[in-house]
Ligand binder design. Structure first.
Ligand code: ATP
Ligand code: MG
Ligand code: MG
Length: 505
């Protein structure tokens, strides 16, 4: 991928935009770009720089991304109240072109954020994040989406944990620490190289420890990076030797701020290293130099100790579009894909709300809400639709009628062609029976999620209205925050392009 038309071979110390920005370290990467931490020599603060592949298609997509980012970065986000919802979307501060050996690359400059929500899900070993945090994330996500849909006319189309990033607090202090640790790591490598050369101490090899945990396969779908299934546990590998093992974001942040996020529930096996499909992406991030380990010493910390306020921002507008200009109908990453998109019906802003509900369920339980797979006689789409029906009931007749792909899945009687035995299991029962929420909690969570999972995009509850849901009333940091101009369970009232593309004026 590092060839003409591909990624730019960036390196530490490289300068950009006439010497204004200097690269410090890699933060992450995606299908379209690599993302780097850089120092802005004008403001003397740090920024995140997304360096896009140089091929024409990537450049064109990036120029659209910039237009969309400019729209959402215009900070006029107060929507029916004093609260500025625009702060929950990653904002663009600069953009320019950079020429390198692989061609001309579009570069976007952002504020520096920390880990994405997938890292948080992994931190809790896929057993669910404490409800207190889920509420904070959910409320902020809905505020951000409401701003995007209602104020900007922008549809994200790829809401998933990887595209929601957490703030890290004092960026400059953390960067200082990270730079120090990076230097230690480099020195350690140098030392080992020398030691190996002179054959004095050949036994410790950090490189091999590193490679054993990043043996991943990342398959790509059009609408985003797919991740490897959740049950990929690499067992038996030991935590890296000090000092690298102590550079986890959570420890770092707690050290810096005197606070700590609650530890995951004690694991039955200690010292399990969790590995997922985007290992590289996660381990390269500013905040996560080391993957999580759960040891017995942390076992007693299963409940929240401090009321830490998580701040999140929606990132990656690389697949976003306008309410009156859709670029493609192949949208959303598989697990977060809405029924209207699978069936080939019209879609709009409400598709994001479906994905948001899938994401919130995943935060609560650590599992995908829908995890379709293909079998001998059915496709992933068949399985996906079957799972949706099992959880939420039959699809409305008009969706089967208007969906461009409906015929592939349903026969003339409206029955699934390739899957016959469906096991109905309503959301409330799934939450209680499978995930052991109390009956009351299961009922409240399901009351909150179901309006966002209404099968017909036209009827789906809008993000702004859902901010006013009683389940979010006691959200830490946003207690009692309501959007006066929105009604709970409303379905996109006054939002152009809510369930279909509006003709461009
Ligand atoms: P995709 O394949 O998902 O379309 P992409 O090439 O469009 O990826 P992004 O998703 O924007 O790239 O960014 C890739 C990764 O870089 C993110 O998942 C995140 O880990 C990291 N990243 C992006 N922006 C920032 C930021 N502002 N601060 C810190 N890390 C970031
Ligand atoms: Mg992304
Ligand atoms: Mg992208």
């Amino acid at each position: 991928d590092y060839k003409p038309g591909g990624y730019h071979p960036a390196f530490r110390g490289e300068t950009y935009n006439g010497g204004r920005y200097m690269l410090v370290r890699k933060l992450g990467w995606g299908h379209f770009s690599t993302v780097w931490l850089a120092r802005d020599t004008v403001s003397n603060a740090h920024v995140a720089m997304k360096i896009v592949r140089s091929d024409k298609v990537y450049t064109e997509a990036a120029l659209d991304e910039i237009k969309l980012l400019r729209r959402v970065s215009t900070r006029d986000g107060s929507l029916g109240g004093y609260y500025d919802s625009s702060k929950h979307i990653l904002s663009l501060s600069d953009s320019f072109e950079h020429t390198g050996p692989n061609g001309k690359h579009v570069v976007m400059v952002f504020e520096v954020l920390g880990e994405n929500l997938l890292a948080l899900i992994k931190k809790y070993e896929h057993r669910g994040i404490p409800v207190m945090y889920v509420k904070q994330i959910a409320k902020q996500l809905l505020l951000g989406l409401d701003y995007m849909h209602r104020k900007c006319g922008v549809i994200h189309t790829d809401i998933k944990p990887e595209n929601v990033l957490m703030e890290v607090g004092d960026v400059e202090a953390i960067v200082k620490m990270v730079e120090l640790l990076d230097k230690q790591k480099r020195d350690q490598r140098k030392f080992q190289k020398r030691a190996t050369k002179t054959a004095i101490e050949p036994s410790v090899n950090i490189a091999s420890v590193n490679s054993s945990r990043s043996s991943t396969s990342t398959s790509l779908e059009r609408s985003g990076t797919r991740r490897v299934r959740r049950h990929t546990l690499i067992t038996g590998s030991q935590p890296l030797p000090s000092p690298i093992s102590s550079t986890n974001f959570f420890e770092m942040k707690s050290q810096m701020m005197g606070q700590s996020l609650p530890r995951p529930m004690p694991s039955s096996k200690s010292n399990i290293n969790i590995s997922g499909g985007e290992e590289e992406q996660v381990t390269n991030s500013l905040s996560s130099l080391e993957i999580s380990t759960c040891t017995d010493e942390h076992a007693e910390d299963a409940t929240p100790r401090n009321l830490d306020v998580i701040q999140i921002k929606i990132a990656d507008l690389g697949n976003a579009c306008w309410y009156d200009e859709h670029y493609t109908n192949s949208i959303q990453t598989r697990e977060y894909r809405s029924p209207e998109v699978i069936l080939g019906c019209e879609w709009g802003c409400s598709a994001d709300v479906w994905s948001a509900a899938c994401l919130i369920f995943e935060l609560l339980t650590g599992d995908f809400l829908f995890e379709p797979d293909e079998g001998h006689s059915y496709t992933k789409d068949d399985d996906h639709i079957a799972q949706i029906i099992e959880l939420l009931g039959e699809l409305p007749y008009n969706m089967l009628e208007t969906g461009r792909h409906s015929r592939t899945f349903f026969n003339s009687k409206g029955m699934l062609r390739n899957i016959s035995k469906l096991k109905f299991w309503p959301l409330k029962d799934v939450l209680h029976e499978k995930y052991k929420f109390s009956e009351e909690d299961a009922e409240n969570i399901s009351d909150f999620l179901l309006p966002m999972l209404r099968l017909s995009p036209q009827d789906r509850a809008d993000a702004g209205g859902m901010v006013n849901h009683p389940w979010l009333e006691d959200t830490v940091g946003l207690e009692g925050l309501k959007l006066d101009s929105r009604s709970l369970y409303d379905s996109g009232a006054g939002i152009p392009g809510w369930f279909q593309e509006v003709p461009r004026k």
